[in-house]
Write a new protein. Structure first.
Length: 348
């Protein structure tokens, strides 16, 4: 388990719980911003042998891990489950999108704790939680922002005018960028998770060794498409089976990053944004971070690159989004169910 703790000023406490996919996470935040603890138990080793997440195994692992992860988050934060009379002022949990079996574990646990402690329960949209991750490390962001949210399940361009005020600018029409990374890595025999594996080996390869397609790059829209790129990689390797894996990985990554950055640049010009922000697991990719930093410098705007801990799924961002939603919308009903296809809440 990875954990992080910081000393902070007094304020209301929120326990966040995240179980949308293959990480069991819990965190305690003060005042919606200050991280008292953040504990993440990864299932990477469990799923690596299968080359991807097995939903049933993920759900079972969450059942086993949720209680010890929550206990550790409370302990690191200097709290106990029997304190105060309630150790926290609210409990927030991801309700979607994600794997329905995994979501149900975290939701059920959060509702049970909220009932036992007689505190509000808040259902949190996982995509919105990713938008709150940068606020934990840079709370004084200038708006509007263009957020490039890139993960295994989503590739979105979002205009963020303020917390809770989002406009969808573009999205993938098929595979998410992270999904393409995983599929290509599996095909190349690089293992799971594919993103870090390709990022590591791509640094040793020649990105010009293959000319892979940049789908939708020349149209005027802000949507993405990566399924054809995955197929192009397969066809290229079939034609050149002796090609170095590092070269294939480097050329593939260059194609993905070129499209992501070009679309982000187009979105920046249309929004007249004050900053460009990365979010989601693929935000940890070194090539993407470098290109976004260069683009922001060219445009004369701020680049907001979350730390590795805030890129991947974690409960600190869930607690932050949950506290904001509780203050602005009130608690969620305990009848709230898991929604594997939950969309980002859009509002002007």
């Amino acid at each position: 388990m990875e954990e992080r703790t910081e000393s902070t000023a007094p304020g209301p406490l929120v326990l966040g719980i995240e179980t949308s996919c293959d990480e069991t996470a819990a965190a305690v935040l003060e005042a919606g911003r200050h991280v008292r603890s953040s504990v993440v138990s990864s299932q990477v080793d469990l799923h690596a042998r299968f080359g991807g997440v097995v939903p049933e195994l993920a759900g079972r692992a969450h059942v086993e891990l949720l209680v010890p992860v929550v206990d550790e988050a409370l302990a690191v934060a200097g709290l106990t489950a029997t304190g105060r009379p309630a150790p926290v002022d609210a409990v927030a949990a991801t309700s979607g999108p994600g794997l329905v079996g995994s979501l149900l574990v975290g939701l059920s646990g959060a509702k049970a704790l909220a009932l036992a402690w007689d505190v509000p329960f808040v259902a949190v949209n996982h995509l919105e939680a990713h938008l709150f991750a940068p606020l934990l490390e840079a709370p004084d962001l200038a708006y509007p922002l263009v957020v490039l949210l890139v993960s295994g399940g989503h590739t979105l361009l979002i205009e963020m005018r303020a917390p809770g005020r989002y406009r969808l600018l573009g999205q993938t029409l098929d595979d998410a960028a992270g999904e393409a990374y995983d599929k290509v890595a599996r095909y190349l025999g690089l293992g799971y998770p594919g993103g870090p594996a390709i990022d590591r080996i791509a640094g040793q390869g020649d990105p010009t060794s293959f000319s892979f397609p940049r789908a939708l790059l020349d149209d005027d829209g802000l949507d993405f498409s990566f399924s054809g790129l995955k197929t192009a990689v397969v066809r290229a390797v079939e034609r050149r089976p002796d090609a170095a894996t590092a070269d294939v990985a480097a050329a593939f990554q260059a194609a993905v990053v070129d499209v992501l950055v070009a679309k982000a640049a187009r979105a920046m010009s249309r929004v007249n944004a004050a900053g460009l922000c990365l979010a989601g697991g693929v935000a940890a990719n070194s090539a993407l971070r470098r290109r976004v930093t260069e683009l922001s410098a060219e445009l004369g705007v701020a680049a907001h690159l979350p730390s590795a801990a805030m890129c991947t799924d974690n409960a600190a961002m869930v607690a932050s989004a949950g506290w904001w939603r509780l203050v602005h919308d009130g608690p969620s009903p305990l009848s709230t169910g898991a929604d594997p296809n939950l969309a980002l809440p859009l509002a002007g």
